[in-house]
Write a protein that binds this ligand. Sequence first.
Ligand code: ZN
Length: 519
Amino acid sequence: MTVTDPYHPATDAHAADVARAEAALLDPAMAHIVDVVLRAADEPDTYEAAAVDGRVRFRRRPDGPGWAFDAVRVEGRNPLADQAADRFSPLAEERANPHPDRTTTSYPFAYEQVAQLFDAPAAPDLIAIHTAAHNWADQGGHLGEHGSIGVVQARAPFIVAGAGAAQRGIVPESCRLVDVAPTVLSLLGIESRPGGGTGANGAHRDDALLARQDGDAQEVALDRGAPPARHVVGFLLDGANANVLYDLAGRGEAPNVARLMAMGTTFGHGAMSSLPTVTLANHTSILTGAHPGHHGILHNAWWDRRDGEQVITNSPAHWITAMDRLDPGVETVFSAVRRARPGSVNISLNEPCDAGADFSVFDLMRRGEMIDRPPHAEELPHATLRFVRPVKEYKWSSLVDHTAVEQFCGIWSGSYRGTAWPVPTFSWVNFSLTDAAFHEGGPYSEIAAAAVHDTDARIGEVLAAVERAGVFDQTAFFLVADHGMEESDPGCTGNWADALDDAGVAYRDEGYSFIYVNP
Ligand SMILES: [Zn+2]
C-alpha cells in the first residue's frame, strides 16, 4: 500500500483509527456476537485474525498454482488454527453442537479465504465475523443465518452425478465452491484453455480451464475412463444446509436429490463457500471458479472508497446489472463452454451471474422483454400451501422457482417463446426457495423441510424434461448451494455498532460485516 492508493489511506492517523475500531470490536463485552475480526496487515501478503482470546498474523507464499500459509506470530489462542473441514457432519453431529463457539467450531481453508478477499482493491479495513449464536433479527437478520467462515455457515452440499461422474456414493471428502466450475468443465471432457489462465496465486497456469481459476477439478467425482457428458445440468439450492439436505434425501423426503446421489458422488463434508459466505459473491464463485476477491462481486454490498459510492449487487433492483462489476479477467462456465464447444447453447435460469449465457431471464429483462406472468401461488404445482399462504417470501420464491422450471422445460422441449432451441450443452437452474425458508425457520424447521420437498419436486420436473429429450444417459448433473445455513440463538442479541460508535471512529459497515474506517 502507498499513500497514492485511492482505496487505502496509508496515514498513521488512519491506521490508528483502524486499530481503535478493531479494539472496539474485540472488547470482551462484544465477544458474544463478534467471533473474529480479519484484516490485511501492514506488510505485503500478510494478514491478521483477532478474537477476544488471541490473535494470529499469517503470511502467504506461492505453492504450485496456489498459496501456502505460515503463521508468523501468535498471541494467545490462534483463532483460525482449527481448519478441519469434517467438523459437525453428518446432521446428528451438527444438531448435537448448536451454535458452537470459537473454541469448538472450525474454519475450513480460513487463511486462503481471508487472503483472497484482501486481494480486492475495494476490500474493507476490517471484516467482522458474527458468532454462530448471534441473532441479529432486529438488524435485518433471521433465525437461520450465514456469512461466517465457520464450518456450518460455509458448508454447502455438492453432488456430481450422471454421465462422466464417478459413482462413489457419499464420500468423506470436502472441497471448495471454487472447485465446482473446473469440475463441471471436466465432466464435459473439456481440457485446458488455449493459452492457459491465471491460477490462485496470480501466476500463469498452463492447465487452467478458466481464465482465472482458483479451484481445481475434483478427481474423486470424475470417471475419466467414461465417455464425457454431452450435456450438463446444474442446480443451485440457495442456502441449503448440506447436512440437512443429505439427511432428508436419505430419509426419502427428497427422492430426486436421492436419485442424483445414487447416480454419482456426494461430498459428505460439503463444498466450502468463499468469504463472505453470502449469495451473489458465491453464485459467482461457483460459476467462475474464482474467489470473490478475484471475480469482483465482493459482497451483497460494499463501499467503493475511490469513487465514494456504495455498491449494491445483491438486491432485486440490482441483479440485472450486477455483472457490470465482474472482473474482466474472469470467465464464466457459460463462456468457457461456448469457447470449447462452438455453436453450443448455454442457459442461465433465474441467475444474476449470467455473463456469456445464450438465454438468461435477466438478459430478457435488460432488453425490456416481458416475462410471462406466473399463475397464482395457490395454484402452483409442488408448493406447500400451508407455507405459501402465510409466508410472503415462501410464496414469492415458489413463484420464481416455478418460472425456472417452466423455462427449462420449454427450452429443453425444443421451442420456447416462439424460438426453436437445440438441447443446451450447459444448463443452470437457480432455486431460491430453500434460502427463504432456511432463513425464516432455521435449517431444522418444518418450513425448511417443506422447501426441500417442493424444490425436490421441481428437480424431478427438470429430470423428466431431460428424459423426454432422449439424452438422459449423456447428461451429467450437479447440485450445489452458495453457502450453508446455521440456526442462531434468539437469546444472543446485540449490535457492534454500539461499540464502534463509542470508539468515536468514523466508519461504514456494509453488509453488516465489511467495516470501512474514515470512508
Ligand atoms: Zn444465498
